[in-house]
Design a protein around this ligand. Structure first.
Ligand code: FE
Length: 235
């Protein structure tokens, strides 16, 4: 028996893993950073090879970990979790500082951070496990850290396909079949509802545009999730 639902009962913390390359910075949300040894303090982070942050860590051999507060809004999580640094500058409009390793440390919605230098990288299928020495760390807020369970159960957040803890579900891409007319579609990540009668005028989508006719690169205006993270709203 392989009841994958049980894996959701493992506890994880939500954080932004960040790194640098050639004067540029990027970061992504992961829930797969854990401490390996207390002395010396060492951590491991499992990062998908498709992520730009993965490329940056391979290059710079350093990463930062900004530990998210329970108060972090979905829009903020979406920006770091569902958008790619290849498409947008995720740090634009974000309060952050450059750490001593040169990795950026996010200060918004963050209860603490650490910086680490990679000592070993282990290839594991789709991911790399980076093992690293902690070279700096600081608690910056008394607030509660966000666990993955809180994100999933309270915030109703989902997991992008590139995440280490992603569990495949039945294809949701019903919109690809078309012929659903002017149905409303709900973002599975954050609950935003796309209403064809309203469109998404802030992002250049006129009222009267069906969900199917939205450009393929259209993303949820609230959290940044892509079209395939939407489901039609049942009448
Ligand atoms: Fe959304």
């Amino acid at each position: 028996m392989l009841d994958l639902e049980s894996l959701f009962k493992l506890s994880y913390g939500m954080c932004i893993v960040s790194s640098k390359k050639e004067g540029r910075v990027n970061g992504c949300i992961v829930n797969t950073v854990f401490q390996i040894t207390p002395e010396p303090p060492m951590v491991a982070a499992s990062i998908n090879r498709e992520c730009l942050t993965h490329e940056y860590i391979l290059d710079s051999k350093v990463f930062g970990v900004s530990i998210l507060s329970q108060e972090a809004p979905m829009q903020f999580i979406g920006k770091f979790g569902f958008r790619s640094g290849r498409d947008i500058d995720k740090f634009e409009g974000i309060t952050y500082k450059m750490g001593q390793t040169g990795a950026p440390i996010v200060l918004d919605n963050t209860v603490g951070f650490l910086e680490a230098e990679v000592t070993e990288s282990i290839d594991i299928e789709t991911h790399t496990l980076f093992i690293a020495n902690v070279v700096a760390c600081e608690a910056i807020d008394d607030g509660e850290p966000m666990t993955y369970a809180y994100y999933r159960d309270i915030k109703h957040g989902r997991t992008p396909k590139t995440a280490a803890t992603y569990i495949a579900v039945e294809a949701k891409s019903k919109w690809k079949q078309g012929a659903l007319g002017m149905k409303k579609y709900k973002c599975l990540m954050c609950g935003y509802v796309y209403d064809p009668g309203v469109g998404d005028p802030d992002n250049g989508v006129k009222a009267g545009t069906s969900f199917e006719d939205l450009p393929d690169d259209w993303v949820c205006p609230d959290c940044g999730a892509g079209k395939d993270e939407f489901d039609p709203v049942e009448d």
